[in-house]
Design a protein around this ligand. Structure first.
Ligand code: HEC
Length: 130
C-alpha cells in the first residue's frame, strides 16, 4: 500500500518536472529566434539604426549610402538597391544574405537570419514605406 502511494506521488512529480523542462526549453527556443515584422519601420529601428548607421550616415556616408531614418527609404529606392516584389534581385537583400566576406553587410558578418528573412518578406510584398 505504502509503496503504491509513494510510486504515485513520485510519478506526479516526474510528470510535473518533465513538463516544466519542456516549457523552459520552448521559451529558450523563442529567445534565440529573432522575429521582426516585415515592415520598413521595423527594419529601420532594428537593423539600420543598430547595425548600419555607424558607417552609412552623416555628410559623407560609406558607399555613398545614407541609411539614417530621414533618407534611407528614398536612397534605397533611388539607387535601385531594392527591386520591389523580388528580394533575390535586390542588392540590399543580397548584401545582407551574402556568404562572401568581401560583400556581406555589415562587413563584420551576417546579422541574425530571422531579421534577414523579414527584410526578404518585406521586399517580396512590394517594399512599401510602412
Ligand atoms: C563598418 C562599416 C559598415 C557597416 C557597419 C555597414 N556597411 Fe554597408 N558598406 C560599407 C562599405 C565600405 C561599402 C562600399 C563597398 C561595398 O559596396 O561593399 C558598403 C556598401 C553597402 C551597400 C551597397 C551600396 C551600393 O550602392 O552598392 C549596401 C546596400 C550596404 N552597404 C548596406 C548595409 C547595411 C544594410 C548595413 C547594416 C546591416 C551596412 N551596410 C553596414 C561599410 C559598412
Amino acid at each position: 500500500m505504502r509503496i503504491r502511494q509513494i510510486t504515485a506521488i513520485l510519478l506526479v512529480f516526474i510528470i510535473i518536472f518533465a513538463c516544466e523542462d519542456q516549457i523552459t526549453s520552448e521559451c529558450d527556443d523563442e529567445e534565440v529566434e529573432y522575429i521582426m515584422p516585415a515592415q520598413f519601420s521595423a527594419i529601420q529601428d532594428v537593423i539600420f539604426n543598430e547595425r548600419c548607421i555607424t558607417c552609412h550616415s552623416g555628410s559623407a556616408p560609406t558607399g555613398n549610402l545614407n541609411l539614417s531614418s530621414a533618407t534611407s527609404y528614398l536612397q534605397l529606392m533611388s539607387k535601385n538597391l531594392i527591386v520591389p516584389g523580388n528580394s533575390s534581385l535586390s542588392t540590399l537583400y543580397q548584401k545582407l544574405n551574402s556568404t562572401n566576406p568581401n560583400s556581406v553587410m555589415p562587413p563584420t558578418g551576417k546579422i541574425e537570419q530571422g531579421l534577414i528573412d523579414s527584410v526578404a518578406a518585406w521586399i517580396d510584398k512590394g517594399a512599401p514605406n510602412n
